[in-house]
Each structure stands twice: as structure tokens, then as C-alpha cells.
Design a protein around this ligand. Structure first.
Ligand code: GAR
Length: 192
């Protein structure tokens, strides 16, 4: 079986990336993570990836200043040089320009910690708690031009419990993110 080559893009600790790497250790998994790329050299997940024997690459946004497209062109070149087939955004906290979105249209997934279309953007858990919601969750979707707006590939629901804090809710949602992302990515690449 040939496995789809996946690059995971991160900005921070990379726990979703780790979950994808763990899932890909199963020989029956239809994807392999062959590159972990961060927009910041100090992203904690880079060291975790390197330790797991995966190429960990920082394409630092700093030297590009405000030219986000030039930064993305450097990312895109790195992805293509390595024969990447699918890109998984996992806590990649930079809004994309149309360049990268169009370059990877139909091949780029994102995970977001809410039941989209509810609560796109930042501070999802804080806003859900403040609104008195009884349910939270997470969504894996295809990336399109609008932030957190693309077609939904999978969702997991998490009840909001009495006395929940943002931190506790985020932890419980994160557990579901790890499970959902691996399962949804596997199903997605099987359909390619
Ligand atoms: C995750 O909760 C992910 O859903 C969220 O950032 C966290 C990254 O954690 N992403 C977004 O909010 C994107 N809009 P991780 O680095 O441990 O995977």
C-alpha cells in the first residue's frame, strides 16, 4: 500500500501533530507524516517531531516581515520539494493568503476547536462558555479562502459540564481533537 505523504503545519506545542504521527505508526494507516513545518523556530512541536525521527523544518516568518505571500511561497516550495500530497494545519496560527489556499485547494485540512460554523477564530472556548452553551466540540474541515469556513469533513461533540473552566473544557475538547483528526485524515486520504 502506498501511503499519502502528509506535512503537518504547526505554530506551537503540536499535540495534534503528535496524534497524527502516533496514528501513522500503525502500518494500516493510509498516511505517513513526512514533514513537520513551523512558522516559528521556537515552536515546541518541532523538537517532538525531530525526536520521532520526522523532518522538522522552521520556515521563520520573521525575515519576510509583512509579506505573508512571500513566506507562503517559501513554505510551498518546501512542501513541493518533498513530494507532499496533503497538508494538515494543526494549530497553525497564521491566517493564510489566497496563494497558499489556492495552491493546496482540496488538499489542505484544518482542525478548529469548536463546532463550526459556531465560534470561528480565536477564544472559542471562552466565547462558548460566556454564551451559556451546553455543548462544545471540534471540527476538521477543508481549508478555503474564508477563515474556518471550508467544507466540514468531521466533527466531535463534547458536553459542557457545570463549573467548566476554559482550561478544563479545552483539555476535554483536545482529547477529542486528537482522535477526530487522525480518523478524519485517514478517511480523507483513502478517498483521494
Ligand atoms: C488546538 O486546540 C487547535 O484546534 C487550535 O489550536 C490548538 C493547537 O494545539 N487551532 C485553532 O484554534 C485554529 N483556529 P496543538 O498545537 O497542541 O495541536
Amino acid at each position: 500500500m502506498s501511503r499519502a505523504k502528509v506535512a503537518v503545519l504547526i505554530s506551537g506545542r503540536g499535540s495534534n501533530m503528535e496524534a497524527l504521527v502516533r496514528a501513522a505508526r500503525d502500518p494500516a494507516c493510509p498516511f505517513e507524516v513526512t514533514l513537520v513545518l513551523a512558522n516559528k523556530p521556537d515552536a515546541g512541536g518541532l523538537a517532538i517531531a525531530a525526536e520521532a525521527g520526522i523532518e522538522a523544518l522552521a520556515v521563520d516568518q520573521k525575515p519576510f516581515g509583512k509579506d505573508r505571500e512571500a513566506h507562503e511561497r517559501a513554505i510551498d516550495a518546501a512542501l513541493r520539494q518533498r513530494g507532499i500530497e496533503v497538508v494538515a494545519l494543526a494549530g497553525y496560527m497564521r491566517i493564510l493568503t489566497p496563494f497558499l489556499v489556492e495552491a493546496w485547494e482540496g488538499r489542505m485540512l484544518n482542525i478548529h476547536p469548536s463546532l463550526l460554523p459556531a465560534y470561528p477564530g480565536l477564544d472559542t472556548h471562552g466565547r462558548a462558555l460566556a454564551a451559556g452553551e451546553v455543548e462544545a466540540g471540534c471540527t476538521v474541515h477543508l481549508v478555503t479562502a474564508g477563515v474556518d469556513e471550508g467544507p466540514i469533513l468531521g466533527q466531535a461533540r463534547v458536553p459542557i459540564l457545570p463549573g467548566d473552566t476554559e482550561h478544563r473544557l479545552a483539555e476535554r475538547v483536545l482529547e477529542q481533537e486528537h482522535r477526530l483528526y487522525a480518523a478524519t485524515l485517514a478517511e480523507f486520504v483513502r478517498g483521494l
